[in-house]
Each structure stands twice: as structure tokens, then as C-alpha cells.
Design a protein around this ligand. Structure first.
Ligand code: PLI
Length: 460
């Protein structure tokens, strides 16, 4: 008997047209965009793999929840529903809604982080690092070394190296470390998960030194899926149980709901400590809005409560991770160097191995991302030197260990045919890689988070 193949646990009810274009069109548009893919109009993109943030498709249950959103300024029913869902899912009693993930970081760090502080973690996301450096504090990356070797198999490349963490604590002293942040999954190393064993070890360290542990939980459900599939002892545990255990090792969390909340906008902070909650509440009111909406409409909170529940369904998670794996396998079969094992939300292409003739000073990963757009209208994103930004003290470019192009898959949006198209497009670029020998130089950049708005010109 033939084994039944995998298929998505949903069907399509509403469609959004997307359009192909010609190469001369794309040459004109990317030039006008100053070779920055963030500057492109979405109608000039055929397949948009810029991000999985806020780009997912909501379910019929989420759309119907929106119709009963309670838009009261204070005491909204939709907030209560959301708070109850988060309490049940995470175990944290105190919840502050925010308009997105970086807003949660802004509010929490306003309450916790000061000048000269040091915040260790596993390859902090760019907005997290941005909010730390904006406060003249320092983010220290303590990720395991295996994360930097794209060809090496390690099931949990998001893990924190406990020895590195301890040596940061000993070097700077507990009084300069207001919190440890562990990002699940670790976006910056390739959507790589953190194991339960590692979370327990970080918890042990945080208790030993009395330093609070917060999870940056944007992709908590995908992390739980990998624990179930890859970690010994979890195969028979439900995603819900795994999620609850992950959060039990932390004092709190920040969340960008635009990822595993499967909504288009939203975020929150959740925590155990009431005193910290009260302190952070003042900043929430100042920056985000009253405590029962925090920058979200009632209908957004209603959709989020439903989305968080759907994100923990095993069949959904399996189809998502297998779609990402399908793209990764196709690329690997073409010989294209990618971060392995494949991550939860994206395939990360190793641009240094892909384009060995482009100098790092000319932004290798950005050069590859532009080539992919020119080839087929596929928008990806650079996770490399532009994103790594300049050192806040020396202002020199920071060259990260990995120069990557991220092909980020929105939730429940694209089909297998779209994945085939992307893989073929990248293969065409790979076949002509020997002719790509130069990249770009910066003509304008912002003083912080430059990659969003940077303007470039060709060096050739
Ligand atoms: O985009 P926000 O402000 O809702 O969330 C910021 C944020 C925080 N943590 C992590 C791990 C993220 O991945 C993240 C946002 N990520 C984006 C936008 C991405 O394209 O990956």
C-alpha cells in the first residue's frame, strides 16, 4: 500500500492575486529602491519571503472572532479573553498588551535596563539588540559555536553555551546584568530551536546568580514542535504541555504576536513578578496605551487569543515545518549551501559559500538577495553585515559569523508550487554564481537599525 503523502490541514477560501514581472521591470524597480528590498512596492514582488512577521493568513475562526471584538477603552472583554489564554498557555499571571514585539521590548527594558548594563542571551534579534544599545547597554551573544557552522548537524543550534553565559556573568558581575534573554526559536541563527535541557540549564544559572530569565517567545510554538520531534523524552508530550514546561523555567516573556500568534499586528509581555508588572505598567500606559489594550484594537486581541490556540495544534505545526523543510531539501538537492538542520520559519542560505567571489565589504548576502529578486521577483532578506550594523563605540562595520539570505515563509500563505518556483529561481542564480564578483556600497544609512532604510549603489 502506498503511504499517504503529507498535505496541509486547511483549504483556501479567499485568494489574493500576485503578479509576475519582467527582468527589465525589476532592474528599474530595484534601482529606484536603491538596492534595498525593504524599499520595493509589494506589487513589484511576485513571491514575498521578506518576513513571516504579520504576513500570515488568519483562519475563519480568527476572522469571526474579530466581529465580536470589544472596543472598550478600559476593561475590554477581548483583553480578558486574551489574558486568560496567555495565563493558561504560559502560566504567567501578569499580562501587558503591546502593539508589537519591539514595543514589548521597549516597555520591559524601560523598567529593567540602564546605561552600562550587559544582557547575555542567544543571538538577540535586531530590535532586541537595538533597544539594548539605544540604552547604552550591551547585548552579549552566548550561542553555542555549532550555530556558526551551517554544514554541521546539531539539533538545537539555538542553545545557549552555559560556559559562555557563566563567564559573562563572572566578567561583568551580577549587578550589571538585569536579565538574561533566550530567544525561542533563535531567529538570528536560522530559526533554530533551544532544547528543554538547555532551558533548564539556563534556569539553573539564572537562579544560581539571582538574575531574571526572560524568553523572547515570538516563535514559541515552533520551538515546542522541535522539542517534541528531536528531544528525548518529549515524543509523547503534547505541544501544550511542552509550551507550559518551557515557560515554567522563565520569569517572563516578550512576544511578537505577528509570528506564532498568527495575527497581522500585536504583541505582549507576560511575567510572574507583580512589582515588575506595576513598574512596566507605567511605561505601557506612556508608550502603548491603557493596560487593557496597549496599542491593539479589541478585535486584534480577539483574533490573537484564537491564533495562539491554533498555533499550538500539532497538524498545523507539522505542515508549517514540513513546508519549510521541503524548500530546504529542494535547495540542498541543487547543491545550494543552507543552514542545517532547517529552521522553523525560514531557510537561511549561506551567502559566503554561495558567492565566494564577492568581498565582505561589498555586502555578500545583500548582493545575493538582490540577484534573487532580479532573477524571479522573489523578495528575501539579508541577515548579514547590513543587519549587524556598526559597533556603537568604534562605528566600524560588524562582520557577523554568518552572511545569510533568509527565505522566510509566511504562515498558511504559499503553496508547494511557490516553493518550487523559489528553489528554481535560486538554482538559476547558483548556476551563474561565478559571474557575480562584486556587490554594493552604502550611499546613505541611518545611525541605528540601518538595514531598513539603507541606500546602496553598485560597485561595478
Ligand atoms: O516585529 P516586532 O516588533 O513585532 O517583533 C520584534 C521581534 C522580536 N523578537 C524576534 C525573535 C523577532 O523575530 C522579532 C521580529 N522579527 C521580524 C520582523 C522578522 O522579520 O524576523
Amino acid at each position: 500500500m502506498m503511504p499517504l503523502p503529507f498535505a496541509e490541514p486547511y483549504r483556501i477560501k479567499m485568494v489574493e492575486p500576485i503578479h509576475r514581472s519582467t527582468r527589465p521591470d525589476r532592474e528599474k524597480w530595484i534601482g529606484e529602491a536603491r538596492y534595498n528590498l525593504f524599499n520595493l512596492k509589494s506589487q513589484h514582488v511576485y513571491i514575498d519571503l521578506l518576513t513571516d512577521s504579520g504576513t500570515g493568513a488568519m483562519s475563519q475562526e480568527q476572522w469571526s472572532a474579530m466581529m465580536i471584538g470589544d472596543e472598550s477603552y478600559a476593561g475590554s472583554r477581548s483583553f480578558e479573553k486574551l489574558r486568560d489564554t496567555i495565563n493558561e498557555l504560559t502560566g504567567f499571571p501578569h499580562v501587558l498588551p503591546t502593539h508589537q514585539g519591539r514595543a514589548a521590548e521597549n516597555v520591559l527594558f524601560s523598567a529593567l535596563v540602564g546605561e552600562g548594563d550587559v544582557i547575555p542571551g542567544n543571538a538577540h534579534f535586531d530590535t532586541t539588540r537595538g533597544h539594548i544599545e539605544f540604552r547604552k547597554a550591551t547585548a552579549v551573544d552566548c550561542t553555542v559555536d555549532a550555530a556558526g557552522q551551517t554544514g554541521l548537524y546539531h539539533p538545537f543550534k539555538g542553545n545557549v553555551d552555559i560556559q559562555k553565559l557563566e563567564s559573562v556573568i563572572n566578567q561583568y558581575g551580577v549587578e550589571r546584568i538585569p536579565l538574561i534573554i533566550v530567544t525561542i526559536t533563535c531567529n538570528s541563527t536560522g530559526g533554530q530551536p533551544v532544547s528543554m535541557e538547555n532551558l533548564r540549564a539556563v534556569r539553573h544559572c539564572s537562579e544560581k546568580y539571582g538574575i531574571p530569565l526572560f524568553l523572547d517567545a515570538a516563535r514559541f510554538a515552533e520551538n515546542a514542535y522541535f522539542i517534541k520531534i528531536r528531544e528525548e523524552g518529549y515524543a509523547n508530550r503534547s505541544i501544550r504541555e511542552i509550551v507550559r514546561e518551557m515557560f515554567s523555567y522563565a520569569d517572563g516573556m516578550t512576544m511578537s504576536s505577528k509570528k506564532d500568534g498568527i495575527v497581522n499586528i500585536g504583541g505582549f509581555i507576560a511575567m510572574n513578578n507583580q512589582e515588575l508588572y506595576r513598574k512596566a505598567s507605567a511605561f505601557n500606559i506612556l508608550f502603548e496605551g491603557f493596560l487593557t489594550y496597549g496599542g491593539m484594537a479589541g478585535r486584534d486581541m480577539a483574533a490573537l487569543a484564537q491564533g495562539l490556540t491554533e498555533a499550538m495544534e500539532f497538524d498545523y505545526l507539522e505542515s508549517r515545518v514540513l513546508q519549510v523543510e521541503y524548500l530546504g531539501t529542494s535547495l540542498r538537492d541543487y547543491g545550494i549551501p543552507v543552514q542545517e538542520p532547517f529552521g522553523g520559519h525560514a531557510i537561511f542560505v549561506d551567502a559566503t559559500r554561495f558567492l565566494p567571489h564577492v568581498r565582505k565589504e561589498e555586502f555578500i548576502a545583500q548582493t545575493l538577495a538582490v540577484e534573487l529578486y532580479l532573477e524571479a521577483g522573489v523578495r528575501s532578506v539579508e541577515i548579514g553585515t547590513l543587519l549587524a550594523d556598526r559597533d556603537p563605540v568604534t562605528h566600524a562595520n560588524r562582520y557577523p559569523k554568518l552572511e545569510m539570505v533568509r527565505l522566510t515563509i509566511p504562515r498558511r500563505v504559499y503553496t508547494r508550487n511557490h516553493m518550487d518556483y523559489v528553489a528554481a529561481a535560486l538554482k538559476n542564480v547558483y548556476d551563474r554564481r561565478e559571474q557575480i564578483t562584486s556587490g554594493y556600497r552604502i550611499v546613505w544609512e541611518a545611525p541605528i537599525m540601518r538595514h531598513f532604510t539603507v541606500e546602496l549603489e553598485k560597485t561595478f
